[in-house]
Design a protein around this ligand. Structure first.
Ligand code: SAM
Ligand code: SF4
Length: 326
């Protein structure tokens, strides 16, 4: 399907829970007062919507959260989504704590890729950012994921000044010996992320090249479904990626929509613009009605974000990132 700016929308991020077993300072800090979803969509409701999305041209699905693996039976849900005609890839983004436990089931279900979020390899810094002493199970999961050649595994890190900026080279080095893409995500001013300054791509590039004494050469090929762009370094098996929504705005190529765990279809990360699909599901809306509502919502997708503008917009998103799914 296309929006009003002729962008093709073929990718959806589906949040299956707003609960989490970590307390990352920029997402769901300790004492965070986000409102828990009163009623999550059931598996059947998610599947019903996925069928309509697929009929409208969505071919790539990312399962996210909160921490998606806290939701019971996620492997079974992924298996069902994977079998929907038109859906070519189902990937997962996770903090990795429970991933080791579920990996065999997830791979069997047809999961095509997994992104594991790790902000530091220093256990103290990891705990300072995530609120929990859980680095070891995450690293065990990463190792286990890399043992499945059919699974595309990526590592995501959000650099935070004063917390992990000194740890980025060590994280990037993981891409040297493993076929692992290590990606740095610029902090976005959404929810609790507004309290932090963003380390920009250019700053990180310069830092990595200096610290590791390497040259990072832009990689022209395409990897994955999203807005990340990649660099390669001589002698590295994996690539170094950046998702730089702030310093390298990519809205003109945006191909995505988002579904919250309580059924809100969101068309832009920064704005509330979208539609609550739950009432339609509860009232037993027909296939045709659901498709029309989705199409109309996509038509109203905002042209771009305005992260760098101070001006407040009443439509600005009030949800925390753990309610949206990143
Ligand atoms: N719990 C899972 C995880 O951590 O991967 C999935 C949900 S989490 C919201 C998805 C991604 O969003 C994570 O990689 C996280 O680091 C990132 N994220 C959260 N808040 C962010 C922010 N303000 N700016 C940029 N990325 C953010
Ligand atoms: Fe949880 Fe992921 Fe948010 Fe961290 S980034 S608090 S792991 S949802």
């Amino acid at each position: 399907m296309q929006d009003s700016y002729e962008r093709t929308i073929d990718y959806i991020r589906i949040s299956v829970t707003d609960q989490c077993n970590l307390r990352c300072i920029y997402c769901m800090p300790e004492g965070c007062t986000h409102r828990n979803a009163k009623q999550q969509l059931t598996d059947e409701q998610i599947l019903k919507l996925c069928r309509r999305f697929a009929q409208l041209g969505i071919s790539k699905v990312k399962i996210t959260g909160g921490e998606p693996l806290l939701r019971p039976k996620v492997p079974a849900l992924i298996k069902e989504i994977r079998q929907i005609p038109g859906i070519h890839s189902v990937t997962l983004t996770t903090n990795g704590i429970l991933l080791g436990k579920y990996l065999p089931q997830l791979v069997k279900a047809g999961l095509t890729g997994v992104n594991i979020s790790v902000d530091s390899l220093d256990p103290v810094h990891y705990q300072q950012i995530s609120g929990r002493d859980s680095l070891q199970p995450v690293m065990d999961s990463l190792k286990a994921a890399l043992s499945y050649p059919e699974l595309v595994t990526k590592l995501n890190c959000v650099p935070v000044y004063g917390k992990n900026h000194q740890d980025l080279a060590e994280l990037a080095l993981l891409a040297k010996d493993e076929d692992l893409h290590v990606r740095f995500i610029e902090m976005m001013p959404i929810g609790y992320g507004k309290d932090f300054n963003c380390c920009t791509e250019d700053q990180i590039l310069k830092y990595l090249e200096g610290k590791l004494k390497i040259r990072l050469i832009p990689y022209e090929g395409r990897l994955g479904n999203g807005p990340a762009h990649y660099y390669q370094a001589q002698g590295f098996k994996g690539k170094i990626g950046f998702i730089s929504a702030v310093s390298h705005k990519f809205c003109s190529q945006c191909n995505r929509i988002r579904l919250t765990c309580d059924g809100y279809l969101k068309t832009c990360l920064q704005y509330q613009t979208g539609c609550d699909l739950k009432p339609y599901l509860q009232q037993g809306a027909s296939e045709e009605t659901l498709k029309q509502v989705i199409l109309q919502t996509v038509k109203e997708k905002p042209v771009c974000h305005h992260f760098l503008e101070d001006q407040k917009d009443e439509k600005e998103e009030k949800r925390a990132m753990c309610e949206i799914g990143g």
